[in-house]
Design a protein around this ligand. Structure first.
Ligand code: NAP
Length: 248
């Protein structure tokens, strides 16, 4: 069945892959991005080339106004939004907790936790059958860091993803009766630009060798799992947290 989805942080990395693979199924995609309009335009072109439709939507997931606007823009362009990929997320330079500023932690929690909660809340308001919606699917992006804790690197980031795991469990129970499935994916070490922000652009390559599968994963390998969770093929899967981490 054709779907209309909103991918937050769809301009690069894992979000772009999910958008592109959705396009290959003929789905329509709202491609949200924060600042990088050029990358978002490239994602839109990739979705269209793959056979789908897409629009780019600038907006900060940590802004309530922007979150509402990105749902409005997607439904205005393509109709009822029946899938949310809660993907936008940030990391910060590798540091022990004692060296972290409050501003850094606050922004990280605002984007990774509050942003995901607000996007899911907007989806719940629109998709819930008791509110006139037709149901839908939410896929949250957690991280293997939620299990590992990321000591001396980013305990703030790891904690933000632990919150996403717990959120997924609770929300799946809350929204199941509303016709909405909620699941999360915990990617392991995936080769995207996020590692440059953490201070080691080649992290995926160097650390990848230590993974059980002896390599980092690709954005497409996570994108495939996202698409499966969005698709009706996973119609009885809800409240699950799927590790896509190469055995890590
Ligand atoms: P990425 O390559 O750094 O891309 C981040 C995306 O999020 C970009 O599209 C960026 O937009 C967007 N974004 C950042 N802040 C935003 C905000 N405030 N509002 C809206 N969009 C925002 O990241 P990635 O590696 O693909 O990661 C995607 C998700 O997977 C994140 O939640 C991340 O924590 C999670 N994850 C990644 C890995 C990994 O190894 N890569 C592992 C585990 C979990 P612009 O292009 O405009 O900057």
């Amino acid at each position: 069945m054709s779907k209309v989805i909103l991918v937050t942080g769809g301009s690069r990395g894992i979000g772009r892959s999910a958008a592109k693979l959705a396009g290959a199924r003929g789905w329509s995609v709202g491609v949200n991005y924060a600042d990088n309009a050029r990358a978002a335009a490239e994602t839109v072109a990739e979705v269209e080339k793959a056979g789908g439709k897409a629009i780019a939507i600038k907006g900060d997931v940590a802004s309530e106004k922007d979150v509402i606007a990105m749902f409005d823009a997607t439904s205005k362009a393509f109709g009822y939004v029946d899938g949310l990929v809660n993907n936008a997320g940030i990391i910060a330079p590798s540091l022990p907790l004692a060296e972290m500023t409050v501003d850094r932690m606050r922004r990280l929690f605002e984007v990774n936790i509050l942003g995901s909660y607000m996007c899911a809340r907007e989806a719940a308001r629109r998709m819930s059958t008791s509110r006139g919606g037709k149901g839908g699917v939410i896929v949250n992006l957690s991280s293997a860091a939620a299990r590992l804790g990321s000591p001396n690197d980013f305990v703030d980031y790891a904690g933000s993803k632990g919150a996403i795991d717990t959120f997924t469990i609770g929300l799946s129970k809350e929204l199941g009766p509303e016709g909405i499935r909620v699941n999360a994916i915990r990617p392991g070490l995936i080769d995207t630009e996020i590692h440059a922000v953490a201070g080691s652009p080649d992290r995926a390559f160097t650390l990848g060798k230590q993974m059980p599968l002896r390599r980092a994963g690709t954005a497409d390998e996570v994108g495939e799992a996202i698409i499966w969770l969005l698709d009706d093929a996973s119609s009885y899967v809800s409240g699950s947290i799927l590790d896509v981490a190469g055995g890590r």
